[in-house]
Write a protein that binds this ligand. Structure first.
Ligand SMILES: Cc1cc2nc3c(=O)[nH]c(=O)nc-3n(C[C@H](O)[C@H](O)[C@H](O)COP(=O)(O)OP(=O)(O)OC[C@H]3O[C@@H](n4cnc5c(N)ncnc54)[C@H](O)[C@@H]3O)c2cc1C
Length: 380
């Protein structure tokens, strides 16, 4: 990936060099095989964790990288450039650390964060349910406080990324009445009795990332695992999603940049009518538009990240970045298939996989219809 970047510090530039070396050395050679085998690359994710890349935006005090979001997102883009499923893992893990890092008490942060940020443990974020997707505030998983103070969770969570692999799960549950104010966030250790991981979903793409439903059958969790106060769950879930949407936008930029670079290389080699196809204006202009769209999405994403880094409101800008970058990635990866012609439609080249993968980004962490809803409400 040859992208000119202005980074805020020399440390950030060194970090991006490290990420490039690591992704080229550890991710690029493995992605095709793991995707084809539908195998979760737990060891690869662990390697990133050991290099500090699973916790870049979190405080150094607790073992995080202490990096601004602007830098974290560029690292994530580089990871997505080589392997979207691994970038998604990094993004989901960061979502799962958000509640404890932002709303945890000092004691909870001291107890839980070093493990979460060490790179060894992996997190999951359980908001969606079979009957509560876009309308997350209507979720029905219950957490009932027992006489001994423990919570007992029962219900079903759907679409859980890292289901069965995560070491800790943020489980958003109803502790109060209906609506957003009745929700709370509990951190549940993986393997707690009563957690039943269902069969893995058979997806259109991102096959190496495990996604499954989890049943919670009277799962007991100590009250010390309640993050924030009772009733704060929706606020925590939405705060995490604001960050996560920036992450998804960065993933979309990385994926689309990979598609542009691949399509350009192909178009410079493939000849028809005695010419390199890049010299046909129909292809050259298509590639020009693709490259421009990626650059625009990157600029929008980093502009939103800089607002967050400055402590300014950024939710609406995160929604715009997620919407624009993921729609862009869908179009750019589809156009990359077109540039390769028949070769683009078969698994000999990665562009068909990237096109399948791009679709996911328009759906997760709030569909693009929901982003438009958020943006339009912000305009009203
Ligand atoms: C591979 C994968 C991994 C995922 N990982 C996780 C995870 O780790 N944790 C987690 O909690 N969730 C996860 N999700 C769930 C994801 O966030 C939801 O799929 C998403 O929020 C949409 O919910 P839904 O699928 O129930 O669709 P629905 O909410 O049923 O929506 C169906 C359609 O209706 C549209 N729609 C709904 N409401 C409105 C409205 N008000 N206005 C206009 N259109 C509307 C939607 O945009 C969509 O097109 C994952 C999903 C997938 C596919």
């Amino acid at each position: 990936m040859k992208v000119q970047r202005i980074l805020p510090t020399e440390e950030a530039a060194d970090l991006l060099d490290l990420v490039r070396d690591l992704t080229e050395g550890e991710l690029a050679p493995r992605v095709a095989e793991f995707e084809a085998n539908h195998e979760f690359p737990r060891e690869v994710v662990r390697t990133l964790g050991k290099a500090g890349l699973l916790s870049l935006p979190y405080p150094e005090e607790y073992g995080g990288g202490g990096q601004p979001y602007e830098v974290y997102l560029q690292a994530l883009e580089q990871i997505a450039y080589h392997w979207l499923a691994v970038a998604e893992s990094v993004n989901v893990h960061n979502l799962a650390c958000f509640g404890t890092a932002t709303y945890g008490t000092r004691a909870q942060r001291e107890e839980l964060l070093p493990g979460m940020l060490s790179g060894e443990l992996l997190g999951a974020y359980c908001l969606s349910e079979p009957e509560a997707g876009s309308d997350a505030a209507s979720l029905s998983t219950k957490a009932v406080k027992e006489e001994d103070g423990d919570y007992r969770i029962s219900g079903t969570k759907s679409w859980v990324t890292h289901a069965g692999y995560a070491d800790f799960y943020n489980v958003f549950s109803r502790t109060g009445g209906p609506g957003a104010r009745g929700l709370s966030c509990l951190v549940v250790p993986g393997g707690t009795p009563g957690m039943v991981v269902h069969e893995r979903e058979k997806k259109l793409g991102v096959w190496s990332s495990p996604t499954a439903q989890i049943g919670f059958e009277d799962v007991r969790v100590p009250s010390g695992r309640l993050i924030g106060r009772e009733g704060k769950g929706f606020l925590i879930a939405m705060g995490a999603l604001d960050c996560g949407r920036l992450g998804i936008a960065a993933c979309a930029v990385g994926l689309a940049q990979a598609a542009v670079d691949y399509a350009v290389r192909y178009a410079k080699e493939r000849r028809q009518f005695g010419e390199k196809i890049i010299n046909f204006q129909g292809i050259g202009f298509l590639l020009a538009d693709m490259a421009t769209q990626v650059a625009a999405a990157r600029a929008l994403t980093l502009a939103a990240a800089r607002l967050k880094d400055a402590g300014l409101p950024y939710s609406l800008e995160a929604a715009k970045a997620k919407l624009f970058a993921t729609d862009m990635a869908m179009k750019v990866t589809t156009d990359a298939v077109q540039v390769l012609g028949g070769a683009g439609y078969v698994a000999d080249h990665p562009v068909e996989r990237w096109m399948r993968e791009a679709k996911l980004l328009q759906i997760v962490e709030g569909t693009n219809q929901i982003q438009r809803l958020v943006i339009s409400q912000g305009l009203a």
